[in-house]
Design a protein around this ligand. Structure first.
Ligand SMILES: [Ca+2]
Length: 266
């Protein structure tokens, strides 16, 4: 029995009266049009996700802190942890067809999520990289691994006294890195991110992004976003250079992929 307040107004389509069931999500929110994937952890588990994690507890669903609802995910890396041959614990979208079908040559996708870097997060002692998300080129069908840096990476760095999030792009694995966006961020606070990407091997590819509702990129930054005319796939979590001596956590919540800012905004 669906409570009456969970039903949308009566819709009349082609003379047929139908009830559209807009049952409230577990987080209490209203379902949004244009959402192709929702990863808010509100089932209390990692439903809808795949992952590369060193141990079962490397990615856990937790009740504190959360961006919205009752649950978020905590990602943990301890020194020397490896998964898929790198020091990482990363979530991947469970439905691999979504990014395959939507993210090929000319496809446009919107991504949104929230990340929290805790106040006690230990900064690396050296120049080891820390990547909180990456859009990775797919391996050729017959190969498990692809070498080379991915086309788009979201880095967390401590530079000249500031913590920064930077979006780095590469038009090819051999090309020099290009900083598409960089903004100071604070530890201990949820950071809301939105990305609008046109996937292309050509100059009509672009990325535009927002951080906490403010422009992260300066409008659309054009350039290739695919190495080959096949789709990339999102990895989100923590991936870092070797030799960092501390166990670190980040928290992730409100991940969405969809057709607009409104669909994916945390
Ligand atoms: Ca949540």
């Amino acid at each position: 029995m669906v409570p009456r307040k969970a039903l949308a107004p009566l819709l009349v389509v082609s003379g047929l009266a139908i009830w559209t069931s807009l049952v409230a999500s577990p987080a209490g929110g209203t379902p949004r049009p244009g959402v192709w994937f929702r990863g808010d952890f509100e089932t209390g588990g990692l439903d809808g996700w795949r992952w590369d994690r060193p141990r079962g507890d490397s990615i856990q669903v937790v009740t504190q802190p959360v961006r919205k609802g009752r649950y978020a995910a905590r990602v943990t890396l301890a020194p020397g942890d490896t998964a898929a041959s790198k020091e990482r614990a990363e979530l991947k979208i469970g439905d691999q067809d979504l990014e395959r079908l939507r993210g090929g040559q000319g496809g446009e996708m919107w991504y949104g999520w929230s990340v929290l870097i805790p106040a006690d997060y230990a900064d690396p002692p050296g120049d080891q990289f820390q990547i909180l998300a990456q859009w990775h080129h797919r391996p050729p069908e017959a190969r498990a691994q692809v070498s080379g840096p991915p086309p788009l990476t979201l880095h967390f760095t401590f530079y000249q006294g500031q913590h920064l999030l930077s979006l780095i792009g590469r038009p090819s694995p051999q090309a020099p890195r290009r900083t598409l966006a960089a903004r100071p961020v604070r530890k201990g606070e949820w950071i809301d991110l939105i990305f609008h990407i046109r996937w292309s091997t050509g100059s009509d590819g672009f990325v535009e992004a927002w951080l906490n509702g403010q422009p992260f990129t300066k409008g659309k930054v054009y350039g290739p976003t695919l190495y080959k005319p096949v789709s990339n796939y999102l990895r989100i979590g923590l991936y870092r250079g070797r030799g960092i001596p501390t166990t670190n956590h980040v928290f992730v919540d409100e991940v969405r992929i969809g057709d607009s800012s409104r669909a994916v905004a945390p």
